[in-house]
Design a protein around this ligand. Sequence first.
Ligand code: NAP
Length: 352
Amino acid sequence: MSEDSLENVVIIGSGPAGWCAATYAARAQLNPLVFEGAITEENRMSGTLPLGQLALTSEVENYAGFPAGDLAAFLDSALPQDRRMMMAPHAGEGVTGPELMELMRQQAVNFGTRVITDDIQEVEFSESPFTLTRAAGGEIRARSVIVATGASANWLGLESEERFKNRGVSACAVCDGALPRFRDKELVVVGGGDSAVEEATYLTKFASRVHLIHRRDELRASKIMAKRAYDSEKIEIHYHSKLVEVLGDDTDGVTGVRLQSTTESGDETTLSAAGVFLAIGHTPNTAFLNGQLELTPKKYVVWQNHFRTSTNIEGVFAAGDVADDYYRQAISAAGTGCMAALDAERWLAEHE
Ligand code: NAP
């Protein structure tokens, strides 16, 4: 690829939406180019390394087509040895998030997708062809663009939270809640919105008790959702409370939390818990767009037409969590990635 070449379709982002868009675009002979993100400490800290949010989870039990089973031999045969060697050994319980993402990436590559391990840090959508500026330097010109940069879960920013990520601390109950380590254990959910109540309710299927930690004296969640929390015998709401430390050790991971009252007293208490789930909102990765696409007040890309992935700029499409603050599932992201590739293909054909 020369700097002067004109790309048919550039896909920014490498979660399920990005790879699924790439597979479809490649099979449509569009010769797509994916910017999968740069491997930097900054991206690690913000949860935006290549392969997206799924790469930060453990087992994935709800992605259609991947029942539990020993996938080791399949992974060995499907992935190139150099990438396979870099992965953790297969645990034998079903596909993990990183494995699923490597498989999606490989599927896109098998059909000729080109991949660059770098971020797009600036876009210029005011003129077509569009210009994209790489973090590593240099510009790319593209006839169409699919933005699939996802969203990053908000974290509290505690050192102890970082230490126990993937060892009991999670920002996705639906992804991780059913893991054996949480079965019949006391769990903590932080947040007071619909997500927090939804996650707490979901976790009651597995946990012996769920402690919902909220910083104010009333839930933000809608009445109908809040009622679920009030009605559940397993959910205990701790108002006026904030989590100040995740407790644990290297052997067991999370063993409890230290809470502080948000009232004047500032009293501290501890709770035993095997898991901590953050549900304090997500932030879509749209800052690099620098206002060039229409965004919702919460900064998600706005799809302009019902059941289409088109944005307010013709030829620019959005897929996955970057345009979805509602479903936020790997499989729905992959589905909209497919839709974006088909939308781009049709748009390119119409504007040949
Ligand atoms: P949200 O409504 O923004 O709620 C975030 C919650 O986290 C709030 O209770 C907030 O506390 C708390 N929070 C934020 N930062 C915090 C911090 N640093 N420390 C402690 N607590 C903090 O986000 P959401 O619950 O993810 O919902 C997002 C959108 O999706 C909403 O529109 C929601 O209705 C929708 N949604 C709907 C459903 C459903 O209908 N089934 C399910 C999930 C989400 P404060 O209340 O004090 O601000």
